[in-house]
Design a protein around this ligand. Sequence first.
Ligand SMILES: Cc1cc2nc3c(=O)[nH]c(=O)nc-3n(C[C@H](O)[C@H](O)[C@H](O)COP(=O)(O)OP(=O)(O)OC[C@H]3O[C@@H](n4cnc5c(N)ncnc54)[C@H](O)[C@@H]3O)c2cc1C
Length: 756
Amino acid sequence: MPEYGHPLRFGSFITPVNRPVDHAVGLAQLSEDLSLDLVTFQDHPYQARLHDTWTLLSWVAAKTTRIQVSGNVLNLPLRNPAVLARSVASLDLLSGGRVALGLGAGWAWDAIEAMGGRRLSIAEGVTALAEALDVIRGIWDTSDRTPLRVAGTFYAVDGASRGPAPAHQVPIWVGAYKPRMQRLTGRQADGWVVGLPALQAGDLTRGNGVIDQAALAAGRDPGDITRLLNVTAGESAADLARFAVEDGVSVFILISDDPAELRHFAERTVPEVRNRVGEARGRHGRAVAPHRIGTPAAQREPGLGDDPVPASLAAGAVLPGEAGYARYTSSYFRGGAPALVLRPASPAEVQDAVRFAARHREVPLGLLSGGHGLSGRSLNHGGIVIDLGALGDVEHLGGSRVRIGPGANWGQVAQALAPLGLAITSGDYGGVGVGGLATAGGIGWLVREHGLTIDHLRSVDIVTADGALVHASAEENADLFWAMRGAGANFGVAVSFELEARPVGQVAFVQLVFAVDDMAAFLQRWGAAVEAADRSVSATLMCGPTPPGQQATVQALIVVDSDDPDLAVARLQPLAEVAPVIRQSAQLTTYDSLLALPAGGEEQHGRGEPRSHSGLIRHLIPPVTEALAALVSADAQFVVAIRSAGGATSDVPAAATAYAARDANFLLVVIGGGSAQFTHRWEQVVPALNGLYLSFETDTGPDALARAFPPAHLERLRDLKRRWDPSGLFRDNFFIDPDVTPTAVAAPSVAEDARP
Ligand SMILES: Cc1cc2nc3c(=O)[nH]c(=O)nc-3n(C[C@H](O)[C@H](O)[C@H](O)COP(=O)(O)OP(=O)(O)OC[C@H]3O[C@@H](n4cnc5c(N)ncnc54)[C@H](O)[C@@H]3O)c2cc1C
């Protein structure tokens, strides 16, 4: 039962006949008057009785104000893709972001040839369409300053200038009835459009399967692809609701030129479909809210359905198609298309935002701080995003105390604290946000010496699901403070963190490349050396596949918190002796330099679906060393990072925070594709693990939850979830369902130390 998380939308599919001359325009205006979301036209540029569809779309866009317009679908063989890209961008700009691009490979080849087009086989048509998508997206991509070159067989452009960029991210919907075209849709398109009259039983299920697989293989989220279905007036609301619930269709387009049928569809069928789908999806359902595409600025009234956003947030809210919306279509890894973005500028406005989101529990809610989430989905499709970017102050409270907003990133924090001679251990990358990391753990360059980031938290201010602003510390709301340190994303929006920084001067940063003959034995020696090292040493080992015939190598990144080069070398030496070193570099630097981002900051262009697993483990000993060696063997494409944990992390009792695996000396992070091989090899590692660090895990289901938290922790978290968030409003990141009783899934190992 696929559910791709898109809001339900409804439209019309109109024959663009040119007699009477304004017949199609009138039906388009009627569609808008009936509050349909989109109006679409078939495209047969070889038929004399039809308007040219592109010209008609432009005319209709000018004669309407709100409705989205699209070809259904445009005939690619008769439309040059580079020119089409410019036409679409121009109309999107002129119409305030109301254009979608429906595209098809063409089929009436005699007529196409008669018009001067080129006849293509089915396979050629698929290739041509793939090339056309590269050309179209390339023309729209004005962030790239180089001339566009696409060396296709059917569409080649050689040095074309780019632009204009459309007003919004124009979705490209591909008409695809056969697996080859469906695979292309999964790889490259934003939507799959088919007509129900042309389908056989089971075609939707099969097509979804092909598209989803192709999307995953391409590193995309199947949810990135909207499913659109052209239907006739013969289908009942119950039929359509079934297609929504069982096949993930979110856009229904009525094929009709009859005003009475359009009226019946809009006034009777649409509300009934919404009700039925809402009921079927229930309280765990995803997006069903109307999507206000391209509302002109003059009529702009941000909200969901009939519910306007609170006055405090209205001016800053961003809707699809508006300036600034593009920021919310990509995070570091993933893409998104939220229905509404709220940008609070104070804790009180976050309270307003949460109360508003609580009234729309049926749509997804994302909390966006730094946008680097792997387990957490700070963007979504068709839901609400609360962007905490404006709450990014770093304030020195005196002594070593600092107050930090969730919207800061750790590079900014390090930079602000450096002049004070202070630092807070966080992560290894400055772009990561405070909000996501300081609610989960924080395993960084100083972890063995300073412990986790959450170990430096003294209090957190949280907006909880009921919209209250709650202070949590060891003295006040101590239970909530316990939960926020390791499972914070489940309990509210952290709006301010008070932390204890530590004095940090210069540090040594060392990179070693080892030649490795026996990976399993190397990992075991490395593990022992790290565990025996002084706590000022924290290290990450990066292991990747070795190309056939080449010497296997492993890279180590090591930080020693010492400004004395001799002392740093002495502390490093045991690590450097683990295997022959074939390259090395070392420098004395500052902690804030380690986290510094390139000038101009970081742009986020993620559109895919990351796959990564993480585990916490006490020791690198067999059999896990063998399983890890197999993971990075020659035929694999995975990267394994082995980060040190342990040290000061283990000084805190396991029961003291929601983060539990205090005795783990290592964090494993495996990044790769979602293939069966990946899953199988990771499954060999899992039994040896002693816990799971949420932040690097993309599998967030109940099994992973049970690996992350020992049974007593999980029970306490569930109790607290019932108390602080009984409706499960916060659920985008390792959702702890208050209603589920834990089952006997593999809990973190509590066996005695297995070290021989
Ligand atoms: C390149 C890279 C390097 C990384 N390095 C490290 C590292 O060295 N050490 C480490 O420990 N982790 C590291 N991480 C993982 C990182 O800690 C998590 O991905 C973290 O969730 C990112 O936080 P964010 O605010 O940037 O992300 P966002 O995408 O903004 O948020 C992620 C999730 O965090 C939750 N969240 C965000 N803000 C809040 C808030 N204010 N209140 C409550 N919940 C909130 C939400 O569930 C949200 O979906 C790294 C990730 C990346 C991509």
